[in-house]
Design a protein around this ligand. Structure first.
Ligand SMILES: [Zn+2]
Length: 434
């Protein structure tokens, strides 16, 4: 399909950062031309021409860490710390999961992400074939991982690693390269040394990443020091895990010495401020990560701990939280970089995250006619500090229009919503039926 977005404003994440009155031509999944000279396009025929007047184009958001099917458990258990929330609420509820439930929840999650301008996400969960199927059908781009939980070596750990490798074999590079698969050890505290070594070998063998959670809570760090005499970061380095590219979520309780290790080992971090605040885990020192020039993305985490998948909201919170003592700590443009290009680099999607000729055509088009866009001095400032995700009007991934004029085009959103509404009865807690 060929598309021309005519005469829009654009935040390119390249140089210059902001352009006005440009037209963007798309063919075969890529941006073929960006120019303010509209005469350039007169002789060309396009399957679709969109009027870009009063519209702002940007590279779609990259949600660097989520658990997509957890939309099933949105509002299921709130206002608790991570350990209790996981062990007493979430893990028991997840025992009821089926492949079909995960599929429908994934479609609902994808609809929510498209509606807030996300075009790529990094996921870790169970029944990942169903998530991959939803990604394939919806047209999204994703780094997917089966979340291995195996505190002891043995048959259970072997089985978890086999699921990981089978999933890698089936889906890595599928859907025209829109789907990549990572090896995921859920966290240092849920996986034994043997599992970490095997996950690293798989990641290297399949030329992909490891996706994990790292130093999310103080308790996690204290327990690791007690059990291993090392922080989780030190333990993973000693195990050689970082020989594989690694994407680590949270990092709320990283010591300066941990940061040095992460920098030396080129570990990428996913900052999930809402989830960290809601679970009482704390506030990550993102400005230090930036000073250390780490690759940093922003993630919503799952909808059971956020409780939405809105990357604009997440990015605004990241920009504001970083300013606790210093308003210059994370300017709007840098927060936006983390939410787009930074996330793409953290996930190893190296041709997305920029509006440049030759890059993949992953674009979110915002409508700037709302009153909160007036008078329009600086589109980056307006986007990060004033816009609403409901302003997202059209979303293109890999040159395909997945949402147009706020209507999802690639799957039946209403059907998916209805199925997940129906599933509420199955997951409802016995003592809270209403
Ligand atoms: Zn998570």
């Amino acid at each position: 399909m060929t598309i021309l977005i005519k005469d829009c404003a654009a935040i390119t994440m390249s140089t210059p950062l902001v352009r006005r009155g440009v037209s963007i031509a798309i063919a075969e999944g890529r941006i073929t031309k960006i120019s303010s000279d509209s005469n350039l396009f007169v002789s060309e025929r396009f399957d679709k021409v969109m009027d870009g007047k009063n519209k702002l184009a940007l590279p779609g958001f990259v949600n660097a860490h989520t658990h997509l099917p957890m939309v099933l458990l949105r509002g299921y258990a709130d206002d608790q710390n991570l350990q209790r929330w996981l062990a007493e609420e979430i893990w028991p509820a997840e025992k009821k999961l089926t492949e079909e439930d995960v599929y429908w929840a994934s479609l609902v999650g994808i609809a929510e992400m498209l509606r807030s301008g996300t075009t790529t996400f990094s996921d870790m969960y169970f029944f990942m074939d169903a998530v991959a199927q939803a990604v394939k059908e919806s047209g999204m781009r994703a780094l997917l991982a089966y979340g291995v939980i195996a505190p002891q070596p043995g048959a259970k750990a072997d089985q978890e690693l086999k699921i990981t490798e089978d999933f890698l074999k089936r889906w890595h590079g599928q859907a025209n390269g829109r789907i990549r698969v990572a090896a995921a050890s859920h966290a240092p505290y849920t996986c034994c040394d043997e599992v970490w070594r095997c996950a690293k070998s798989l990641a290297i063998q399949y030329n992909t990443l490891i996706h994990t959670h790292l130093q999310e809570t103080r308790t996690e760090v204290d327990s690791s020091l007690k059990a291993f005499g090392r922080t989780p970061t030190e333990r993973l380095e000693a195990l050689g895990v970082f020989e594989a590219p690694t994407l680590a979520a949270h990092g709320v309780h990283l010591r300066d010495s941990d940061l040095e290790i992460l920098k030396r080992q080129d570990v990428r971090l996913a900052h999930c401020p809402t989830s960290n605040l809601k679970l009482g885990s704390g506030i990550a020192t993102v400005s230090k990560w930036r000073q250390a020039q780490l690759k940093v993305g922003i993630g919503t985490d799952g909808a059971a701990s956020n409780n939405n998948l809105d990357m604009l909201e997440e990015t605004r919170l990241a920009a504001l939280l970083a300013k606790t003592n210093d308003p210059t700590a994370l300017p709007a443009s840098e927060a936006l970089e983390m939410a787009t290009l930074g996330g793409a680099r953290a996930l190893d999607f190296n041709d997305v995250g920029l509006l440049e000729e030759g890059r993949r055509a992953d674009i979110a088009l915002f409508d700037m006619q709302g009153v909160h866009w007036v008078p329009g001095f600086n589109p980056v400032s307006d986007l990060i500090y004033a816009a609403a995700s409901a302003d997202v009007e059209t979303v293109i991934v890999n040159g395909q229009i997945l949402m147009e004029q706020r209507e999802i085009k690639s799957f039946d959103e209403e059907k998916a919503k209805a199925r997940v509404h129906q599933l509420r009865a199955k997951y409802q807690k016995e003592n809270s039926k209403n």
